[in-house]
Design a protein around this ligand. Sequence first.
Ligand code: NDP
Length: 285
Amino acid sequence: MTASILDGKALAARITDELKPRAQRLAEAGRRPGLAVVLVGDDPASQVYVRNKIRACEKVGVESLEYRLSAQTSEAELLERIEALNNDDAVDGILVQLPLPAQISSDKVIAAISPDKDVDGFHVASAGALMTGRPGFLPCTPYGVMKIIESAGYDLAGKHAVVVGRSNIVGKPQALLLLQRHATVTITHSRTPDLAQFLRQADVVVAAVGRAKLIKGEMLKPGCLVVDVGMNRDENGRLCGDVDFESAREVAGWITPVPGGVGPMTIAMLMTNTIEAAERHCGLA
Ligand code: NDP
């Protein structure tokens, strides 16, 4: 069997296209949606992520307001900037690119973002809303993963989903979203002995680890659906996921590639959250 490829890039392009008329409607109502993008320091990977997010804003019709701050920025200065953005009516969403320099607590900064502008979905208010099934912004990567699974026409009810990784931005919210769709969910992590034993029972695998090609085809259940969130460099410096794509595609029923899988979907969901924030701010949602 060779797995069907779940093309996140194409799906992200469709979602982005569907957002354009919503952005247009807001602009016509005199309220162009605005996303503040805050980058502190000059981490090269962060620069690339920020550039891609700004490009997506241009495509959709969202105004991106860029704030590039030096690596020496103090926590107090950044918190002041966030407060100003919270109070700025032209700003619907606030994105602070992580990681932040060591002198700044990312927890404090995220907590300072007004929950109605928390388009990354990292605020504890957003996390609590997800936990308790109330409306709130979903974190973009797990949200994108759910859209990919939906695009495969896959019904999660009663299926066993194994999430590999338990971070606050991917693994944990991912598990909650799968649970909301009635999957039976197992969360695995670095202290899980014999990961393969869990993977072999999984109808759905979401890998969010950050270890190149950790998951091999032989660890998977035939016909399973695999979503690879990981973004790593292989031995030749090429971008690759947490899943060994070549061996996994021979066993799985569906699989996302890296690149071209979850990455573009994360950005598409950021745009979705931003448009939604703007619609709420204008009373259109
Ligand atoms: P973190 O480093 O915060 O979390 C990694 C998780 O993997 C931890 O929970 C860790 O366990 C677990 N882990 C580590 N080693 C193993 C192992 N051998 N077996 C099982 N679990 C293990 O990473 P993130 O969640 O932020 O990101 C994960 C990956 O996804 C990274 O490659 C990142 O670049 C990528 N990513 C991609 C995005 C996209 O848009 N495509 C967006 C966000 C992330 P423990 O808790 O015990 O330490």
